[in-house]
Every structure is written in structure tokens, then in C-alpha cells.
Design a protein around this ligand. Sequence first.
Ligand SMILES: Cc1cc2nc3c(=O)[nH]c(=O)nc-3n(C[C@H](O)[C@H](O)[C@H](O)COP(=O)(O)O)c2cc1C
Length: 368
Amino acid sequence: MNDHSSNSTNSTNKPVNSVLNTKLCQMLGCEYPIIQTAMGYVALPELVAGTCNAGGFGFLAAVTIPPEDVEAAILKTASLTDKRFGVNFHMFTPGADIIAETIIKHKDKVAAVSYGRGPNPEMIARFKEHGIAMIPTVGKTQHAIKAVKLGADAIVVQGGEGGGHTGSAPTSIIAPQTVDAVDVPVIAAGGFKDGRGLVAALAYGAEGIAMGTRFLMTTDSPVAALSKERYLAVNDTDDIAVSYALDGMPLRLIRNEILEKLENKGQLSALLFAIKNGWECRKITGMSILDLMKSALVFRKDGLSATQTIMSANAPVLYTKTWVDGKPDEGALPSGQIAAAIDKLESCDDVIRDIMSEANERLAALHG
Ligand SMILES: Cc1cc2nc3c(=O)[nH]c(=O)nc-3n(C[C@H](O)[C@H](O)[C@H](O)COP(=O)(O)O)c2cc1C
């Protein structure tokens, strides 16, 4: 980390405490140590470009874009920002090779790749040959150690308060533990929204923060207006709980009627519901039945049970109801607990500017 005493200025000529210009900024070429993480169906070109134009670094969620459409999404993002950005995808799903080649083809635009489970060392090495930084998200320190052995250049470590699939250890424990365990930059995720959080993450030894929920709840995110209202309405962290009912894995969601129903279904009824969604999912994702089956088999190799594999078909259908149709009562609402502490929609620009100015104030107060 940098010397605390020297200050620099940013593009708006405001002094920025040099402690905020971390290794992460140097690695990714962004102004501020703030990452907008991948969120399937949400981290689309507008949100990614909004983040990058505001000085942060956004990841495009390619995992929910048909592989042959990823190039168009990369080009669309590049048409909205002259900054480089990141792409997230699962290296083990059908079409991963097409996405990888597309990213490499556009390495002038794509500075980093993020991913979760199932890393493939050959593919990681190939990205690195092309100067693309590899930044997986992990929920456990031992996964971070393994990811670094496989070639990760930096690690996003997500505490249990975070949205989407999540672990149980809180950020306050897992972030410093991971910083101590690996020798690459660590970015803390799970429960961040403001400058106090950024300074706390730096105090843990992280090089920045990564946020999903805060960016979902911006005016730049493509989520339907009524669904954003539903996220804003939550003000109790107990209403944003971890459930296994949607896809058989621990997923943090805002509780709603659909989730209650899913949780109360017997196993047979839950499977029938998932099979029906598997059919609809085909229409949404454009995947053929063969692709879905191949994907399901890879999920199984990755340690998921047959039930979990079938249940993974629920997600695209229930997310589409929320993100696209604006029917939050009929869909699933993945969210971090931090949604309970966010009470207004702002642009990415405002979110990032406020975080940086609050972080500067906090640092000044601490030094004072
Ligand atoms: C709506 C939503 C969708 C998400 N989808 C994905 C995804 O497709 N892939 C992924 O790696 N992480 C996904 N995540 C996790 C985020 O990338 C990020 O790690 C997490 O949101 C950080 O915690 P926070 O929500 O407290 O900021 C998702 C999170 C949310 C809230």
C-alpha cells in the first residue's frame, strides 16, 4: 500500500489520499479501488460502462449471455466507455471456449476475467499470456490459496453478508484471513456500500472493495423499476436470508412469497417445478436441451447432486420475472444484506463519488 502522507488529484482535480490509489488501481488501470462485480442478467453493458466511466472497474456478466452474443455485449460496452473493463464467466459451461476466444480477441478492451468454481489451469494460463488479469471470487480462504496456485492475479473474497451464492464467514473475518494467506492483492466483498466500508477494507489489508447489491440498486442498472422499489423497501437484514430452496445451493435472497412457497414444497413437487422451469429456461437462455444437459453434467462433475443440478433451472426463470418483467413478488430477489441499509437509487457516478469523498474524510479524521 502507498505512503499515507502524499496526496494526488483525480480527474475532477479533487485531492485523493494516495492510500486510495492501491495496487488494484494499478493492475486494472482504474482510478478508484472499487469493483462492480458480475451479476447474472444485471451486470450488462450500461452498468459496466457506468461504473468504468465513474472511475471504478466493472465486470460484464457473460455467464448469462449466450456465448455467440458475448462479442456484441463486449462491443456495446466498449461503445459506452473508453475505459477497459472485465468479463465474468464460468470456465466449465458449454460455450466457455467461444467466450474465452472472444475475450482474447478484444484484449484491448478487456483487462480482467472473473470466475468462480471450476477453474481450468490451461485457460487461465492462456488469458495470462495475453496480459488479462485473472480475478476469481471465493468464499473461503482455502479456495483463495488454491486459486492463487492455479494462477489468480488477485482475489475477490466474499463474506457471507454478500448477495448471490455465498458462504457463512463474515467479511470481517474472511477478508483479513485471506490477506494473510495469499501474496496477491485481495479485494473485500460482501456488505459494502460507502466510504467507511472502503477504509475498513483497506484497514483489513485489502486493496479495494467489490460490490454487487449497491450497483444493482443504481439508476444505471437494467433491473425493472418496480423490482428496484422492492429492493429499496427492505430495511431489515433478517429479511435477506440464505436459502437452498431456489437452486439447492446457499443463495442470499430477499424473502418473498415465492421463496416461502419453494421452501415449503416437498422434494417431488420442488423437482417438478424445476423441470417445468428447465423447459422455460430454454426459451430465456437460448440453450438447447442438449446444452442444458451438458451444463447439468458439468455441474454434477463439480460436486452438485442430481437434485441441485435440476434445480439450477429455476434461477433464469425466476430472475427474468424480477429483472425484466418487474414482478418482484413472482420472481427471485438475490441480494446482499446491505440492501437493508440502502434507501435511495443513485447513479454509478454518484455512488462512486460519494464513496471516495467519504473515504477521504474518514482517512483525514483518522489521521487528525
Ligand atoms: C443479484 C445478484 C446476482 C449475482 N450474480 C452473480 C453471478 O452471476 N456470478 C457471480 O460470480 N456472482 C454473482 N453475484 C455475487 C456478486 O458478484 C458479489 O460477489 C456480491 O454481490 C458481493 O456482495 P454485496 O452484494 O454485499 O455487494 C450476484 C449478486 C447479486 C446481488
